[in-house]
Design a protein around this ligand. Structure first.
Ligand SMILES: [Zn+2]
Length: 472
């Protein structure tokens, strides 16, 4: 395919025709090219119709990231993506920008807004690139913007002194995930005492509401890091060397493959399975314990209950109609915590007390947000994504064929080759030369891997992304 699409310059000459064909084979697709005053290529934006349509049934959390292109013309490849309810990549739009700056990010978000309108329900997650933050704030003023806690944890660890840095990063990630003010405040106070320099860095350089779950104003469900964007970039690592059209071919083919694969997953469950596997497994794992958890009915009409957690002996309040629990896990994740599930089992099994609202019939899957229902999951993938056919089959109107794009100026390489994206604010590049000898292993690092996250409801802890500054 790469060879059939011609050389680098041909990519720019054919771009308008290619995009015309892309829109022809994928209805509802939006594409836009921006040229500079001299007619040279500047920016490109593509949002496939199937992806934008599917996003309507998805959690409104958009992860954004950029990675450098290595095709000789410079520029960055940017992605805006969602995560499907079973933690799969779900690209919404992608583009090529000349660099990460105010003008380029603003243009990208202006284009994104034509397919995904601004709303207070929208949450953006990204690293702390200042241009990106400014652009989101200007173009999507109603949205909320959180920072990738994995990236931030790397900065925090770099500001820790006289301690094991990996532990500080881990403690910070733990802090970011607390559900209640009380839990957060007490953990943050002890973080301050144990890691004063890391605490100082956080206080002076960040706003809590951008990283701490419990201060974040929007609803970001269980997504707290842009690690999946990173791993998506790694999916296109080799393609970043391709000329523009082969690069686009590779991305579109990959998205098409993902759609096909996840469509199969979404429809392969049994007819009784109404929840995505991730949530189904999570609830299944809680089931045995939930059955043994004591529940007391408080209000049979409003379905309010008191639950005594057998682990911490604390009492939690659950409202089955509002789908809330005072542990807040149910409220944030939008699928039941242990207490919520215990209440539901009580609700099913205990005969109605006099006055119970009998017309309320809550089915098991209705305990969770619709975003975790398999019906909606399948709807996100119902459309096929088609590749642009071979050039011999193109049918492009003459006025489009005549549109010309001058390629951007070829880079002349000076100094060290730039392989990856710019580090975000406060992030340091990983050492590539004069690498220190490995430290003596005190047997602590493996211990970390054995530690449980403090997030009891996290069904699967996402794996850590590759360090973005890691050379490839
Ligand atoms: Zn709870």
């Amino acid at each position: 395919m790469r060879e059939l699409r011609g050389n680098s310059e041909d990519s720019y000459k054919m771009l308008y025709s290619y995009l015309h064909m892309l829109e022809q084979v994928n209805s509802g697709t939006t594409t836009k090219v921006e040229l500079d005053e001299a007619g040279k290529f500047k920016y490109l934006f593509i949002a496939l119709g199937a992806c934008i349509e599917g996003f309507k049934v998805m959690r409104k959390v958009i992860l954004v990231d950029a990675t450098f292109l290595k095709n000789g013309y410079g520029g960055v490849l940017v992605f805006a993506k969602a995560q499907d309810p079973n933690r799969h990549h779900y690209p919404l739009a992608f583009g090529v920008l000349d660099d990460e700056n105010n003008a380029s990010w603003t243009w990208f978000f202006e284009m994104l807004k034509t397919v995904i309108p601004d709303s207070s329900e929208i949450v953006f997650m990204s690293d702390r690139n200042q241009s990106l933050i400014t652009a989101v704030a200007n173009v999507y003023p109603q949205s909320h913007h959180g920072h990738c806690i994995w990236h931030l944890a790397q900065n925090v660890r770099n500001h820790a002194c006289n301690t094991i840095k990996a532990v500080v990063a881990w403690r910070f990630m733990e802090l970011a995930r607390y559900y209640t003010l009380h839990e957060f405040e007490s953990a943050y106070a002890s973080f301050k005492v144990r890691y004063p320099s890391a605490f100082k860095y956080l206080e002076e350089n960040t706003k809590r509401e951008t990283w701490a779950r419990m201060y974040f104003p929007g609803c970001r469900y269980n997504l707290d890091t842009s690690n999946s964007v990173e791993s998506m970039n790694s999916a296109f690592r080799d393609a970043r060397r391709y000329a523009l059209i082969p690069l686009l071919d590779t991305i579109i083919k990959k998205i098409s493959d993902w759609f096909n694969e996840h469509r199969k997953d979404a429809v392969s469950g049994s007819i009784d399975t109404k929840l995505v596997p991730l949530v189904e497994i999570h609830l299944h794992n809680l089931w045995g314990k939930a059955e043994k958890t004591p529940v007391r009915e408080l209000n049979s009409y409003d379905l309010e209950y008191e639950v005594t957690d057998t682990d911490d002996r604390k009492v939690y309040l659950v409202n089955l109609i509002a789908k809330t629990c005072s542990c807040k896990v149910y409220d944030y994740e939008k699928y039941p915590c242990l207490h919520g599930l215990a209440v539901y089992l009580y609700f099913l099994e205990v005969p109605a007390a006099h006055g119970r609202r009998r017309e309320v019939n809550i089915e098991y899957h209705q305990l969770s947000s619709q975003y975790y229902w398999t019906d909606l999951w399948a709807m996100a993938y119902y459309r096929t994504i088609y590749s642009v056919p071979d050039k011999s089959k193109w049918n492009v109107p003459d006025h489009i064929k005549l549109l010309q794009i001058i390629p951007p100026k070829k880079l002349t390489r000076k100094g060290r080759k730039k392989v990856n994206r710019n580090p975000s604010v406060g992030e340091r590049r990983k050492r590539t030369q004069n690498v220190r000898r490995p430290r003596t292993n005190f047997g602590f690092s493996w211990l970390l891997f054995g530690m449980r996250t403090n997030n009891p409801s996290e069904p699967n802890n996402p794996s850590e992304p590759n360090n973005p500054s890691e050379p490839n």
